[in-house]
Write a protein that binds this ligand. Structure first.
Ligand SMILES: [Zn+2]
Length: 544
């Protein structure tokens, strides 16, 4: 009945012991939950303790620890008091998990009606030693409906000496009938400095030597869970004989040092392709897990985007003060379109990894493309589309209803659309096979394969000539069909951000006299005829 499962998840008995040893013992030890603690303290002081509480929050944030502190406050020999002494028989027993009046259940393993029946049979009994019988139900959302219904009867009219504390990581899965009878507290994820401070306490108490930077890394990987943080510290301490270095943390976690993430982005700011690739090589040689690098880099870019949009580093980000300053600076240096582009490119690497691929090549490609914009024309396209969206978001002048008798009209936006990005023929030629045809292929495979023999041959302002070899004049004819030509124009627009009018031409057979002579008579005339008929067809036009 008192068995605890969640404490020992993924940890040896010793790890569990360490977490238990350093869990907060009084309200003042609870880190980062000030509003909840204040309310509970006041309730105990005023003799206003409710009979059913619901503590919700991410795993490892200290829900059951808080429940135990509440139990101590109620049952302390010198209580009820918001400051239980921690030394009386009741406090000691509760801390050790041996109190007969505090029953901890894990709903993940004891979720059925029988367990609840047992509670119902036993609640009629008076507390053995203390004033209250406190039931702590961890992972309460996992109780069966039948068990919940049995519980409901209990918490509707509880015996006066009974207190329920439900703990859950998934508040929305709790029955509303149960929630409505509980006072609910949502525990927030602790911030990075709070976890670091907690780890420091543990390290000092256990005689573990650990650099602050190492503790910060551990804290970051714990993602808001005190339990995970202390478990990692303990593993590391055992592996390093009590001397936890940054290097050791990186090795164990495969985590990427923040420094590396900032440096990679600095290379992007400087458009230093060689520097970025060399640095990547170094990381790989040091045994850095490149898959982890990709995900950590994405997380870093997400932080950069947040800062760019909010104009400030959000408090919720798990960062040290020094890192916050640096992040703010980097967010100013990196263009938003560059960040978005890099995210897109890294997403490709993530996809590859999901299918078991090596992230190295897509990662390198991403860095090349983002440091050499000329080699990556899609980037221009995204920047362009963003600008378009922005100009469209400008409020137009709308006549208010009632002030006009005619139909309500929307005036065009005041700002003129921004100049589309410039593009050169050589860029189009370079991008033809690599980017443009794949974009066509996404719309139509036959159209793309028909265009494969062609290439961009001339660009005058917004008019692009696409040339087919003489032997493929039939393909040229097909390409001119509105359906196909439109697909190509759309693909070009996606890649370059420009609306290009298209001409289709057939190339001359350069310097291959004999072959030309061998051509069946009349073909040239047919070609010329088709050229006259179909040439100079404008696609896309000037309309939006
Ligand atoms: Zn006590």
């Amino acid at each position: 009945m008192c068995g605890r499962v969640s404490d020992s998840i993924g940890a040896s008995g010793f790890l569990t012991a360490l977490y238990r040893k350093y869990r907060p013992q009084g309200f003042d030890d609870v880190v980062g939950q000030e509003p909840v603690v204040r309310t509970l303290r006041n309730a105990v002081s005023a003799g206003n303790v409710r009979q059913a509480y619901l503590f919700a929050g991410p795993r490892g944030t200290g829900k059951t620890s808080l429940a135990r502190i509440l139990a101590k406050a109620l049952n302390c020999a010198h209580g009820p008091t918001p400051d239980p002494d921690g030394t009386c028989h009741a406090c000691v027993a509760i801390a050790a998990g041996t109190s007969l009046d505090v029953v901890e259940m894990d709903a993940a393993s004891q979720r059925g009606i029988d367990d609840i029946r047992e509670i119902r049979e036993r609640v009629v009994l008076q507390p053995v030693e203390g004033r209250y019988k406190v039931y702590i139900l961890d992972e309460a959302h996992q109780l069966t409906d039948a068990a919940f219904n049995a519980l409901l009867k209990l918490i509707e009219e509880p015996p006066p000496h009974l207190v329920f504390v439900f703990c859950t990581t998934e508040l929305q899965k709790m029955l509303s009938t149960v929630r409505s009878r509980c006072q609910t507290f949502v525990l927030s994820r602790p911030r990075l400095p709070e976890i670091v401070r907690y780890l420091k306490t543990v390290a000092e108490g256990e005689g573990i030597e650990a650099a602050e930077a190492a503790l910060a890394l551990i804290a970051r990987s714990a993602r808001g869970s005190f339990r995970d943080a202390v478990s990692t510290l303990d593993q590391l301490s055992a592996a390093t004989e009590g001397k936890v270095t940054v290097q050791a943390v990186l090795q164990l976690l495969g985590a990427v040092e923040e420094e590396a993430l900032f440096r990679i982005c600095d290379f992007v700011v400087d458009r230093d392709t060689a520097g970025a690739l060399t640095f990547l090589e170094e990381l790989a040689e040091q045994g850095q897990d490149l898959g982890r690098l990709v995900t950590d880099l994405l997380e870093h870019l997400r932080h950069v985007l947040l800062v760019q949009h909010m104009g400030e580093v959000p408090d919720s980000l798990p960062l040290t003060d020094e890192t916050r300053e640096r992040l703010r600076a980097q967010a100013n240096q990196l263009g938003e379109s560059t960040v978005l582009r890099l995210c897109d490119l890294l997403a490709v690497a993530v996809d590859d990894m999901r299918q078991g691929g090596d992230p190295r090549l897509p990662l390198e490609l991403a860095l090349v493309k983002v440091t050499r914009p000329a080699a990556d024309m899609e980037r221009e396209s995204i920047a362009y589309r963003l600008e378009q969206l922005e100009s469209r978001a400008q409020p137009g002048h709308v006549h208010g209803p009632g002030t006009e008798t005619g139909p309500v009209e929307t005036a065009p936006p005041e700002t003129a659309p921004k100049e589309p990005p410039s593009v050169e023929l050589s860029q189009l030629q370079e991008a033809w096979q690599r980017t443009i045809l794949p974009a066509v292929e996404q719309k139509s495979i036959p159209t793309a394969s028909m265009l494969r023999e062609a290439h961009p041959s001339q660009l005058d302002e917004d008019r692009l000539t696409v040339e087919f070899p003489a032997a493929a004049s039939f393909h040229r004819q097909l390409a001119e069909e509105p359906k196909n030509a439109t697909l190509l124009a759309e693909a070009l627009y996606e890649v370059t951000g420009r609306k290009l009018a298209l001409d289709f031409a057939v190339g001359e057979n350069r310097g291959d006299g004999p072959e030309e002579a061998e051509q069946p008579a009349g073909e040239e005339e047919i070609v010329q005829l088709m050229k006259d008929t179909f040439d100079a067809r404008e696609v896309g036009g000037d309309t939006d």
